[in-house]
Design a protein around this ligand. Structure first.
Ligand SMILES: [Zn+2]
Length: 150
């Protein structure tokens, strides 16, 4: 098959694929690990291969980049100024995939937590925010809630 994609398209395709071991992910892992929480990374047996799988809490955790996953109302979720049609499609397919993952996890009766990149950046910057983030995660893990994001 001829490769008709532009360099730009190709590199954005690559970037849209969930990249592993991103900085926010590594940060969240360290935060949880140092507080005694144990997990698997990218578990192959769980739909969507979540960034973290906490078996004990039956919970999949995704660290979502605000731009790629379109964090609603977030300043990092801006629309690029050129080639809007292209981006529109790209974002729609990313969001559809996230929605599907959420549904499949619910169907499999797993809990699902999304932690946005901007929340993590705040936690990294301010100690109090870090404490609050950890608290919210622990509260979710121990709740009956199926899904949450913050
Ligand atoms: Zn955000």
């Amino acid at each position: 098959m001829a490769d008709t994609k532009s360099r730009e398209e190709r590199s954005t395709n690559m970037a849209a694929i969930r990249s592993k071991d991103t900085k926010p992910e590594v940060y969240l892992r360290k935060l949880l690990f140092s507080n005694g929480y144990r997990y698997r990374k990218y578990s192959k047996s769980i739909y969507g291969h979540p960034d973290l799988w906490l078996k004990k809490y039956n919970t999949a955790v995704f660290v979502n980049g605000c731009f790629w996953h379109r964090h609603k109302g977030c300043k990092y979720s801006y629309m690029p100024k050129s080639r809007e049609d292209y981006w529109e499609k790209k974002f729609e397919s990313n969001m559809a995939r996230d929605e599907k993952t959420k549904e499949m996890l619910a169907k499999d009766q797993h809990k699902c937590l999304v932690v946005w990149e901007c929340t993590i950046n705040n936690a990294k910057r301010y100690k109090e925010e870090e404490g609050l983030l950890l608290e919210r995660i622990i509260r979710f893990l121990n709740s009956d809630e199926e899904y949450n994001e913050f």
